[in-house]
Design a protein around this ligand. Structure first.
Ligand code: MG
Length: 378
C-alpha cells in the first residue's frame, strides 16, 4: 500500500513531485521523502550539528541544546502537527532535520561575521548554505554531488532568499520571485522551528543561570502556565516546575497551530499543492497566540540573546570567524588542499573559504584559531 495515498489532497506526494535533479530509480522499500530523510541523517553535515550551537557555545555545558538536538525537537514538533493535519510526515521530518545544516559555528554571530567578510563576494546566508550543503557540498554518491533530494525538500530548506539569489537558483528560487508560498509541509517546519527554539531557549536560559524564574513572569504566556502548574502540583519547584511549564507552553502552541491552520485551510479551501502555492500562508497561529509568541521572542531577545555574558561570547565568535577568513584569503596555502584553488577568481576562492568555515563545528573553529594564531600550538 502506498502510505501517501491516505494524505490530504493538498499534501505533497512523491508521485506528483518534480522529483530529483539527477534521475534515480525508485527506492524499493521506502517512499521518496523517507529516503530524503535517511540521506540527511547519514550526511556528514548532519553529524556536525552535534557540535554546533545557537545561543551557547558547545563547550559551555553538556546539557544545552545543540543544533542536532534542536533539529530533532523541530522534527518531533513538526511531525506531530503534520499527522494531525494529514500532511506528509516524511517530508516535514526531512525539512526539519536539514533546515540548519548550513549554519556556521557559533550561531548567528558566526553567520553575521561570515556574511560581512563575504560582502564583496556574494555574501553568506545560512539558509542558502543549507541548500548548498544538500545540493553540492556533501560527497556521498558516485554519480553526483550533494544528496540529490526531492524538489519539495530543497524548497523547504530554502526558507528565505533575496530576489538576487533566487534568480540564480532556478526552479527552487521561483517562488520568491513570483510571491508564491511553499508547500504546507515547508510552512509547518518553519513554525515548528520557532516553537522549538523559543521554548528551549527559555529552558537553556534558566539552566545557564542567565535567566531567573521570576523574570519570566513578565511574559503573560509563561505566568499563566506557571499558575496552572503550581495549582496542579502545590509546592513544585526547580527543574520540575520549569519542565512542566515549558511542556505546557509547547503543547498550547502546537494545539493552537493545528486549530488555527485547520480553520484557515477549511475557509480558503485549497484542493491541491498548487492551490496552496497560490494561497496566502495557511499554516499560522491564531492572532492571540501570534502575539503571545511575539512577546516570548522579544523577551528572549532583550534578556537572553543580548545578555552581557552572551555578548562576550558572540564578540569572541565574530572575531574568530572574521580572522580565520582574513588569514585564509590572504594566504590560501594555509587551507587544506581541497579548499585551495590553483586557478579561478578571488570570488571562487572566497566561496571555498566560506564553505570551509561554515562547515566547522564550534570547537574546530576555536582549535583552528589557536593553531593559526598562537605560537605554542602551531
Ligand atoms: Mg532552527
Amino acid at each position: 500500500m502506498n502510505p501517501e495515498a491516505q494524505l490530504a489532497s493538498y499534501a505533497v506526494k512523491s508521485d506528483a513531485s518534480p522529483g530529483r535533479h539527477h534521475p534515480e530509480p525508485p527506492a524499493a522499500s521506502r517512499p521518496e521523502f523517507q529516503r530524503d530523510r535517511d540521506r540527511i541523517v547519514h550526511s556528514s553535515a548532519f553529524r556536525r550539528l552535534e557540535y554546533k550551537t545557537q545561543v551557547f557555545v558547545n563547550h559551555e555545558g553538556d546539557l544545552f541544546r545543540t543544533r542536532l538536538t534542536h533539529s530533532i525537537e523541530v522534527a518531533q514538533i513538526a511531525r506531530s502537527i503534520a499527522r494531525n493535519l494529514n500532511l506528509n510526515e516524511d517530508l516535514v521530518e526531512a525539512i526539519s532535520l536539514a533546515h540548519d545544516l548550513g549554519h556556521t559555528p557559533f550561531g548567528h554571530a558566526g553567520q553575521e561575521a561570515l556574511n560581512e567578510r563575504m560582502r564583496e563576494y556574494g555574501g553568506f546566508e545560512h539558509n542558502l548554505q543549507s541548500l548548498r550543503v544538500v545540493d553540492a557540498l556533501e560527497e556521498r554518491y558516485g554519480g553526483f554531488d550533494g544528496l540529490n533530494l526531492m524538489f519539495e525538500t530543497r524548497e523547504g530548506v530554502l526558507k528565505h532568499c533575496s530576489a538576487a539569489n533566487a534568480r540564480k537558483l532556478g526552479a527552487v528560487g521561483q517562488r520568491f520571485l513570483l510571491n508564491r508560498r511553499p508547500s504546507l509541509e515547508a510552512q509547518l517546519a518553519n513554525l515548528a522551528d520557532e516553537i522549538a527554539y523559543n521554548n528551549h531557549d527559555i529552558d537553556d536560559g534558566l539552566r545557564s543561570g542567565l535567566l531567573q524564574l521570576g523574570q519570566l513572569d513578565e511574559i503573560d504566556f509563561f505566568a499563566r502556565h506557571r499558575v496552572e502548574v503550581e495549582k496542579a502540583f502545590p509546592g513544585i519547584a526547580g527543574r520540575r516546575l520549569i519542565n512542566e511549564v515549558v511542556r505546557r507552553m509547547i503543547n498550547a502552541l502546537i494545539v493552537d497551530l493545528i486549530d488555527a491552520s485547520s480553520a484557515r485551510i477549511a475557509s480558503i479551501g485549497p484542493r491541491t499543492v498548487d492551490d496552496v502555492r497560490n494561497a496566502p500562508a495557511l499554516i499560522t497561529f491564531s492572532q492571540g497566540m501570534e502575539s503571545e509568541a511575539l512577546e516570548l521572542k522579544r523577551f528572549l531577545r532583550s534578556n537572553l540573546y543580548q545578555h552581557f555574558q552572551v555578548n562576550r561570547m558572540t564578540s569572541k565568535a565574530r572575531r574568530i570567524v572574521s580572522e580565520l577568513f582574513d588569514a585564509y584569503l590572504a594566504e590560501p596555502d594555509l587551507l587544506p588542499p581541497d579548499y585551495q584553488l590553483s586557478t579561478g577568481t578571488v570570488e571562487q576562492q572566497a566561496r571555498k573559504i566560506a564553505d570551509y568555515i561554515a562547515g566547522m563545528t564550534d570547537r574546530y573553529a576555536i582549535r583552528e584559531y589557536r593553531r593559526l594564531f598562537t605560537v605554542e600550538e602551531a
